[in-house]
Design a protein around this ligand. Structure first.
Ligand SMILES: O=C(O)CCC(=O)C(=O)O
Ligand SMILES: [Fe+2]
Length: 209
């Protein structure tokens, strides 16, 4: 006789899942109409998500022109366009939860998931705003879910001023909103600390990159 596996109470809470946003996510208002929402530990039991993301999901090394040389971009990239299946169900759940929470403000769904893999402390992203497309001229939202080793996300006003720092750890959520992509810049600086890999998943609406 074979005994079918019955779901038991021990199965509950064993897979990665987002936790509620409303009443928990904290909004930090920055100057010039920008804001950042922050919720540490938004995705629980994220280890399995990280494991999938660190696998063979089509990471590629990009190169870019720097003065007269072509150099490797210091991180690996994977872009999931609208309609492309995301590699872990928790990411689908995350996008759905972000849509439900931010729709009144954003007025449209998040459609793309850009991913960056920072292999160690030497990987980074330099100061920039997400200004390809509508982020250049319109307010928008970019939601980032972080997996793996904590790294700093720094923000500074365009044209100078004090910077702000958020620590992005395993399962943490940060949402940049308002005029953030136009009036502020952000970066993930290199660190000399011995850090393991970090994957960031950036959800953006149509036409923002
Ligand atoms: O890794 C992050 O959290 C930020 C990535 C980023 O700013 C970008 O890809 O535009
Ligand atoms: Fe960015």
């Amino acid at each position: 006789m074979t005994v079918a596996h019955q779901p038991s109470m021990w199965d509950i809470g064993t897979t990665a899942a987002t936790t509620p946003l409303a009443g928990r996510v904290v909004r930090h208002r920055l100057a010039h109409g920008a804001w950042v929402d922050h919720l540490p530990g938004w995705v629980e039991r994220s280890d399995e998500v990280l494991e999938v993301l660190l696998g063979d999901i089509g990471w590629r090394a990009d190169r870019r022109q720097m003065y007269d040389r072509e150099v490797a971009v210091p991180r690996l990239l994977r872009w999931f366009g609208a309609g492309e299946a995301l590699p872990h169900p928790a990411l689908i759940q995350a996008r759905r939860a972000l849509d439900a929470h931010y729709l009144p403000e954003l007025g449209e769904p998040f459609v793309s998931a850009g991913m960056c893999l920072y292999r160690d402390g030497r990987d980074s992203v330099a100061w920039h705003g997400d200004r390809v497309g509508r982020g250049r001229s319109q307010d928008t939202l970019v939601a980032i879910v972080s997996f793996g080793s904590p790294r700093a996300l720094m923000l500074r006003p365009v044209g100078g001023g004090a910077s702000v720092r958020f620590s992005l750890g395993h399962g943490d959520l940060v949402v940049m909103g308002g005029s953030c992509q136009r009036t502020w810049e952000h970066c993930v600086p290199k660190t000399a600390k011995p850090v393991g890999p970090r994957v960031s998943v950036q959800f953006r609406p149509r036409g923002v990159a």
